[in-house]
Design a protein around this ligand. Structure first.
Ligand code: C2E
Ligand code: MG
Ligand code: MG
Length: 561
């Protein structure tokens, strides 16, 4: 900026000098005109040129008087014009300087904003949040009040991002930010920490329980479905909360503990949790889990649980879903939601799935040898489905365990298919041609349409448990279940309801024409020996009969219709 001002001043000086130079030329020309004029007049008047005739010419000729005034006129004009230029130039300098100053101030403000705000959402970033949290802690310490840090993470954001593309992922992050901002009170700071993580600093809390009002506000603002590409998205989030002074007296500790609580909430599907030391295991250890998971696959620390699916027309159970668990040496039994995403992120999902597939098929053979005809349904993640070798690998595994391909069902979510529809169609067609059945899992939670899926070789749709579970109370869920059953049937697919927890749900599904049901009402997923024992016990209670390898739940048609 100083350089620009300097340039302007020297340009002004240059112009002023030019104006003065032209004024001097004017003066010289005027003087020459006086000299020549006087000589000319003297010669015309007296035919001689002497000092006397020159003086006489000057004294008597009025034109020469006018000419005599010219040098003064030029000198004055030169001075006047150069002063005018100097004045205008300095006004320009002032104008430009204040312009440049304003630009610099705006630029500096923009740079500060970049450093302290998230580019995508415009919300304060982690740096500004920490600063505000630090100030909040100081004020809370002075006023002896309580402060809370809430960290929120969108559930299944990775899937949304993968299915709908990063552009839509970003749009969702922006929409969430806007909603959070409009739901926040003036005293609260909302920030985006990165990825799909947001934070809220809540000052002046009288009681720890007052934070639940903020949680409710956030939950309510996310309740209304989000619209992306004309699709309605239900977005849920997990939240973790830490309080000053109970859980920490500095910004770093409070944020780390809110983060731990958030992961615990996610793991427990609790919605939100307040930090407790018992959740500490959920955080830094998450990283070491990765190494341990590889070890677990190689050392058979994984175990499989089996959950039956019952045919609602015949009562026959001829299929079980295979659900993996991790018998972790330090933590108790770990559920797939805790380690499948980790396996997917680290490429361990392929060896894990092969482990599951081989053990499931071997169990299938064992049951057959025990006289039980049961098919196995294995869940597949995107990375596994999109492996072009998958059909050959599966063909090899079926041959190795001597299991007929009709006994294998592969469960794939809609979201997985939408990651790459063409490739999905290619691989699913090959699998289907081999006689393997394909089921769409968690139907209704993804972002596809039934009409699109109708192009895929799909045999079965599994209506997500979130619709089935509250079919009684939630009329719109009941409508979704009914419509899915009808549409599925129209497309030649069989429909199964997940999450059937009581006889009422079973009866309702049956009345709606649903083909099969799965859920805690029959049994929770059980390890193979317990599952076989369940069959025996249930049979001894008269609820099941097993004839010629066929397991049949008695009384389904009569009792529940
Ligand atoms: P999913 O395939 O939809 O499995 C059904 C889940 O619902 C299971 O949870 C099961 O325990 C639960 N469930 C069954 N009946 C009921 C009920 O009546 N009420 C309620 N509230 N829940 C019920 P789980 O075992 O925790 O599995 C969660 C998810 O993990 C599975 O969802 C599946 O997507 C994934 N998963 C499990 N095993 C594997 C695997 O071997 N490979 C892959 N890629 N994913 C797996
Ligand atoms: Mg499944
Ligand atoms: Mg499911």
């Amino acid at each position: 900026m100083a350089k620009n001002t300097q340039n302007l001043s020297s340009n002004a000086r240059l112009l002023k000098a030019k104006a003065s130079k032209h004024a001097i030329y004017g003066v010289i020309i005027a003087l020459l005109a006086i000299v020549f004029g006087t000589v000319g007049v003297a010669f015309v008047q007296s035919s001689t040129i002497t000092v006397d005739t020159l003086v006489a010419a000057q004294a008597n000729n009025m034109a020469l008087w006018v000419l005599n005034a010219m040098p003064f006129v030029f000198a004055f004009w030169g001075q006047y014009v150069s002063s005018l230029i100097a004045f205008e130039a300095s006004a320009m300098v002032v104008d430009q300087t204040s312009d440049l100053r304003a630009q610099t101030v705006a630029l500096e403000a923009e740079m500060t904003r970049h450093a302290t705000h998230d580019q995508l959402t415009g919300l304060p970033n982690r740096i500004l949040l920490k600063d505000r949290l630090g100030q909040g802690i100081l004020r809370a310490a002075q006023s002896k009040t309580r402060l809370a840090v809430l960290i929120m993470d969108i559930d299944r954001f990775k899937e949304i991002n993968e299915a709908m593309g990063p552009y839509n992922g970003d749009r969702l992050l922006k929409q969430v930010a806007t909603r959070l901002q409009s739901a926040a009170h003036e005293s609260e700071t909302i920030a985006r920490l990165g990825g799909d993580e947001y934070a809220v600093v809540i000052p002046n809390l009288a009681q720890p329980r007052d934070v639940s009002q903020v949680v409710k506000r956030i939950e309510k603002t996310l309740e209304v479905p989000f619209m992306l590409e004309g699709l309605k998205l239900d977005v849920r989030a997990s939240m973790g909360i830490a309080f000053y002074p109970e859980h920490g007296t500095d910004a770093d500790t409070l944020m780390q503990r809110a983060d731990v609580a958030m992961y615990a909430a996610k793991r427990n599907r609790a919605g939100f949790l307040v930090y407790s030391p018992k959740y500490d295991e959920y955080s830094p250890q998450r990283l070491t889990l990765m190494g341990e998971l590889r070890h677990a696959i190689e050392n058979n620390e994984l175990i499989l649980h089996y959950q039956p699916k019952v045919d609602l027309k015949t009562g026959v159970i001829d299929e079980v879903e295979v659900l993996v668990r991790w018998n972790h040496p330090k933590y108790d039994l770990m559920y797939p939601d805790e380690f499948i995403p980790l396996a997917e992120r680290t490429g361990l999902i392929k060896p894990l799935t092969m482990w599951v597939l081989n053990h499931a098929l071997s169990q299938c053979t064992r049951w057959r040898n025990e006289g039980l005809t049961l098919g196995v349904a294995v869940n597949l993640s995107a990375q596994v489905l999109f492996d072009l070798d998958l059909p050959d690998i599966i063909a090899g595994a079926l041959a190795a365990h001597d299991v007929a391909s009709e006994r294998l069902i592969l469960e794939i979510t809609e979201t997985t298919i939408m990651v790459d529809k063409d490739r999905a169609l290619q691989i699913l067609s090959r699998l289907s041609d081999m006689g393997i059945r394909i089921a769409i899992d968690d139907f209704g939670t993804g972002y596809s349409s039934l009409s699109y899926l109708s192009k895929m070789p799909v045999d079965e749709i599994k209506i997500d448990k979130s619709f089935v579970l509250d079919m009684h109370e939630n009329k719109s869920n009941a409508v979704i279940v009914r419509a899915t059953i009808e549409l599925g049937h129209n497309l030649g697919m069989s429909v199964i309801g997940e999450g059937v927890e009581d006889a009422g749900m079973l009866a309702q599904l049956r009345a709606l024409g649903c083909d099969a049901a799965q859920g805690y009402y029959l049994t929770k997923p059980l390890p193979s020996d317990e599952f076989t024992a369940w069959l025996v016990t249930t049979q001894s209670q008269g609820a099941l009969k097993v004839e010629a390898g066929k397991v049949q739940l008695k009384g389904i048609p009569a009792d529940t219709a």
